[in-house]
Design a protein around this ligand. Structure first.
Ligand code: M6R
Length: 366
């Protein structure tokens, strides 16, 4: 049932504050602002030398953001690859590593094969899944449900932000277990996570008219480039994936710093550049990349926060301004304009948003 929404995708975008609340209640103690011990004890993070993550598509991009968190908050080296490569690379693994598999459906063939590969190598395995009765969940040592509820739209939205919520909680648990996050910092990070549903509702209630108008414009183009740095880099990849899969507009995501290593050659007035840049420690650098785009006549769609909007004077085709939010929740909050932009552009193009051509919700063959 789509409720009063035109598509499941739209409904699922709007469900995010609620399902993230559910996920949070499972992973953190909302009163004490700590990560639940059942979560932190499921994997012995203190004794690990490394973590390996394998997944496909959007789930892989959630894992890529997770890598930044595990490395930053827990000083835990993360090896991550798309499952279709991971399973055949003959990666040397050792039992002082644990392996995480991220999958909404829990049935993706390549992810399952990667899990079996790690299991056979004797690694402790953990499944970050939406479907708890799935094969990947059944065959893993530990299961971390994302609690997003059924996701019908082929384009993953709420599963992505719930995967991120779970990975953020696990990274905090890992940092705590490894003696790097102390009680005060844990409480602060968990409090920031718990602010997410309210902040996301606020964003959803305010940005849609602007995004709809902008999507009408965007639907006229054939190519779009997404740029970001730090955790906004995987988000740039996710933005491009979302746009191409439902609107069929060609889109690419790049790390902003890679611009001058190739893609800058494409910049002209026919390829809008979507820059994802909260006012974090990378902001100035991303703005200088934006400058390079502007100097070549590129059209910029700037997705930033209030501080970022105030700090940049560059002319843009549009600036989408979100509230200032804590660094750990920025990827989830910034997912909203990215999802809505892809959604409304596809609606203008008249595509089958929930059932895009050539795609299946669950890819059970390799
Ligand atoms: O069920 P899974 O999370 O394992 O699926 C992985 C990908 O097939 C999936 O995320 C795909 O990329 C989505 N269509 C993206 O929106």
């Amino acid at each position: 049932d789509k409720g009063n929404h035109r598509h499941f995708m739209e409904k699922e975008i709007y469900e995010q504050p609620e399902v993230i609340s559910h996920a949070l209640a499972h992973y953190v103690d909302l009163g004490a602002h700590t990560v639940r011990t059942a979560v932190s004890d499921a994997i012995d993070f203190a004794s690990l030398r490394g973590l390996t993550i394998s997944a496909c598509g959007t789930a892989y991009l959630a894992g890529l953001i997770g890598k930044y968190w595990f490395e930053r908050y827990a000083r835990l080296p993360v090896e991550i690859d798309v499952a279709s490569e991971f399973r055949y690379r003959e990666i040397p693994l050792s039992t002082d590593q644990a392996a995480l598999f991220i999958s909404q459906s829990g049935e993706t063939a390549d992810t399952l094969a990667s899990l079996r590969y790690c299991h056979d190598a004797g690694l402790k395995t953990g499944a970050v899944v939406n479907v708890r009765e799935s094969t990947i969940a059944r065959e893993s040592d530990a299961v971390f449900p994302i609690l997003a509820g059924p996701e019908i739209g082929v384009a993953s939205t709420k599963a992505f932000t719930c995967q991120l919520t779970v990975l953020a909680s696990l990274a905090i648990a890992a940092g705590k277990a490894r003696g790097l996050i102390h009680a005060d910092e844990e409480r602060q990070l968990v409090r920031q996570l718990t602010e997410m549903p309210r902040l996301m509702s606020g964003v959803l209630n305010s940005i849609e008219p602007q995004i709809e108008a902008l999507s009408r414009e965007l639907s006229k183009y054939k190519d779009v480039l997404y740029l970001g740095r730090g955790t906004s880099y995987p988000l740039a990849l996710e933005g491009a994936l979302k746009l191409k899969e439902i609107s069929y507009i060609h889109a690419e995501g790049y790390a902003a710093g890679e611009l001058k290593h190739g893609p800058i050659a494409l910049i002209d007035e026919n390829m809008p550049v979507i820059v994802i840049a909260p006012h974090d420690r990378f902001f100035e650098k991303t703005v200088s990349n934006m400058q390079e785009v502007a100097a070549r006549g590129g059209k910029i769609i700037f997705i930033t926060d209030e501080r970022g909007a105030a700090a940049s004077k560059l002319p843009t085709m549009a600036t989408i301004t979100l509230p200032n939010v804590a660094e750990i929740i920025a990827p989830m909050v910034f997912s909203l304009p990215i999802q809505l932009l892809a959604y409304h552009t596809a609606v203008f193009m008249g595509t089958d948003v929930d059932q895009p051509r050539n795609l299946a919700k669950s890819v059970t063959v390799e």
